[in-house]
Design a binder for this molecule. Structure first.
Ligand code: PLP
Length: 374
């Protein structure tokens, strides 16, 4: 069989085997509905509350501050729309220009309903600075939302400091931490955030499940009306198997976080060293403080799409820095926001290494890039 190297862990990750095994009984045997009063519902009900405790512990929240959702997109939609619609004064939102579309399109949706939104521009290194936010925020601003780490270039944002600025103006703070949870340490109390979005498939959990952390006491409207699940804030029969799988995956990744980060950083340095040893010139985007393993590289004058397809033919899955449509290739909103020169932006790829990658795989990736770019 042709070898396959998966180096697109920012897109999704491989399910942890233990997480998968933890899910099986809830699909096949203990499939009761937690809303029922009989004994058969007791085990899933207990599993639900244990999963909530595990997840809360991993991000230093209280169990009652964890609300299960279908993933990052839903968490972002809920954070923006739920907090906006709870504000009859329609006060303004501030976000950044290079958020994930789940966040940006949620902001566009509230804008259409008359809630003003302003967009912060990052530096060339991909940072939303405290000064930029301080220059824009007013005492009438209702909420600020800045992602924990950018999904294309990996830059980690100064969330605690940005959150302090928001709070000092009486605004709420949300962070889309979909790329960060389970990959770097997260402590919601230390950060001070009011809401935080996460998605299981980015931390070796199953797809279609995630959570929104909502600080106790925060005013937000329910995401879905119906039954009494999620303390009446998100109705619908719980996806117990996926919730249990998510908790198991997050716990495993958090327990092994130090080792995982060290391993991924070693791979990252190895890849960059091997590339630097060639005479191929490239720019690494995202500045100094990036998510472990998320490597955005621009090759001046090259075609990122073509590199992706050549790598694919060699059995290596990576991503580009551009969103393509069937007619032409557009430069992504992230690369536009950091004002990357067009000839670099078009030649941008994203390699995202994960805990399951190996040194041999990194050598193959470097070798393939050398072959293609020469
Ligand atoms: N936010 C960020 C930063 C992401 O990277 C993603 C997924 O790529 C999402 C939100 C959406 O998450 P999900 O795929 O769970 O809906």
């Amino acid at each position: 069989m042709k070898q396959h190297i998966y180096a697109d862990n920012a897109a999704t990750t491989q399910l942890n085997r233990d997480a998968f095994e933890a899910m099986v009984p809830w699909l096949l045997d203990d499939y009761g509905n937690t809303s029922q009063p009989y004994a058969f519902a007791r085990k899933p009900k207990k599993a639900l509350s244990e999963a909530r405790e595990i997840i809360a512990e991993c991000i230093k929240a209280l169990p009652d501050e964890i609300y299960f959702t279908s993933g990052g997109t839903e968490s972002d939609n809920w954070a923006i729309k739920g907090s906006a619609f709870a504000d009859p004064d329609k006060r303004a939102t501030i976000t950044s220009a290079f958020e994930h579309h789940a966040l940006l399109h949620s902001c566009e949706a509230i804008e259409r309903l008359g809630y003003p939104v302003a967009y912060l521009m990052p530096t060339a290194d991909g940072i939303i600075t405290v000064e930029t936010l301080s220059g824009m925020i007013l005492n009438t601003t209702r909420r600020v939302s800045v992602m924990y780490a950018n999904n294309e270039i990996g830059t980690i944002q100064p969330i605690k400091e940005l959150c302090n600025v928001a709070h000092s103006h009486g605004a709420l703070f949300h962070t889309d931490a979909v790329q960060a949870v389970g990959r770097v340490g997260i402590d919601v109390k230390e950060l001070g955030v009011d809401m935080l979005s996460a998605s299981a498939h980015k931390f070796n959990g199953p797809k279609g499940i995630g959570f929104l952390y909502i600080r106790k006491g925060m005013k937000i409207l329910p995401y879905a009306d119906g039954g009494a699940q999620e303390r009446r804030y998100r109705a619908g029969t719980e996806n117990i198997a996926s919730i249990v799988g998510m908790a198991a995956a997050l716990k495993e990744n958090c327990d092994k976080l130090k080792n995982n980060i060290a391993h991924i950083k070693t791979l990252e340095l190895r890849l960059l060293k091997e590339l630097r040893e060639t005479n191929i010139s490239f720019v690494r985007n995202g500045g100094e403080n990036t998510l472990p393993g998320l490597i955005s590289l621009s090759f001046s004058g090259a075609d990122g799409e073509a590199i992706l397809h050549r790598m694919d033919l060699m059995g290596i899955s990576i991503s580009t820095g551009s969103a393509c449509n069937s007619v032409d290739t557009e430069i992504s909103h992230v690369l536009k926001a950091i004002q990357l020169e067009e000839k670099l932006a078009k030649g941008t790829i994203r390699i995202s290494l994960g805990k399951n990658n190996t040194e041999d795989e990194v050598d193959c990736i470097a070798g393939a890039l050398k072959k293609i770019l020469r």
